[in-house]
Design a protein around this ligand. Structure first.
Ligand code: LER
Ligand code: MN
Length: 272
């Protein structure tokens, strides 16, 4: 399992990111604290100067494990299930640019918030079809580029499209792309799943990425989620992917980042 921290080069209204607005500082702290690598949340792939990033990653001995893409929706309103074709197409374009960047970095690309939401006043059938076709187009593009995409389960207060691991598992099985996997986020699972253990076991063959945040979205260990149960089942299914600390910068960025790595190291060691 790889120990990862979620960063953003820009300040964003999307809250659970550390050192947002100062990527260089975040990268330095990630390396100093002993993370294996980072997840970078981007609105647009253009926000990254690749030669600059490549050099710093090399110097700091870090890897980019994931590119998070929700800011495209939260900042710009472009989404994959949007009822307006031009907004869907803009979201697809951004995703393809993220995949091109991921190709250079060797990272996974996340489909979370960028799905958007179903509009309840419009007929659902057309929205289901156009969202599915958007994801199919992106999955095909990623497949040709040998990039893994992970669909993230997000709680019902943020989206009405895929709240549980089982819903995504069914969707992935229908689309049949080997490079489509699941991102399981413990904060969202706390609100949506009946049991962590059961949900993870049911989706075990599709889980490719994990986000750790506690029940209150603070760093793990600072809320009431039973992470022991989660780590044990991840070890049981032989999960070998990234675990990203995706938490609010509380009480401050550094304290949250420290708690994240201390907690990850301790729980992975204890579980092994
Ligand atoms: C992003 O990883 C996440 O967990 C969601 O809250 C984004 O909408
Ligand atoms: Mn998440």
């Amino acid at each position: 399992m790889f120990k990862v921290i979620s960063l953003s080069p820009t300040k964003t209204p999307f809250g659970p990111l550390l050192f947002s607005g100062d990527l260089l500082y975040g990268l330095k702290k990630a390396s100093e604290l002993g993370y294996d690598g980072v997840e970078i949340s981007l609105r647009d792939a253009k926000e990254i100067n690749y030669p600059w990033l490549k050099e710093i990653l090399l110097k700091l001995n870090l890897k980019v494990y994931g590119i998070a893409t929700g800011q495209t929706y939260y900042n710009d309103g472009f989404s994959l299930y949007n009822s307006q074709k031009d907004k869907r197409e803009k979201a697809i374009r951004r995703m393809k640019d993220h995949i091109d960047l991921a190709n250079k970095l060797g990272s996974i690309v996340i489909i979370g918030g960028i799905r958007g939401k179903f509009e309840i006043d419009l007929p659902i059938e057309q929205q289901l079809i156009s969202g599915k076709e958007a994801i199919r187009e992106i999955a095909e593009y990623a497949f040709r580029n040998q990039i893994t995409l992970v669909l993230e389960t997000i709680n019902r207060y943020e989206t009405n499209i895929f709240n549980t691991l089982l819903q995504i598992k069914d969707f992935i099985e229908e689309l049949k792309f080997p490079n489509l996997k699941i991102l399981a986020d413990t904060f969202h699972m706390n609100l949506e799943e009946v049991s962590y253990r059961q949900a993870i076991l049911e989706a075990k063959d599709q889980i490719g990425y994990i986000h750790f945040a506690d029940s209150n979205r603070l760093a793990p260990g600072w809320g009431h989620i039973d992470f022991k149960e989660i780590i044990n089942v991840l070890i049981e299914i032989n999960f070998k992917g990234p675990i990203g600390i995706e938490v609010l910068p509380l009480p401050d960025d550094l304290k949250a980042a420290k708690q994240g790595i201390v907690f990850l190291k301790k729980s992975i060691e204890e579980g092994e």
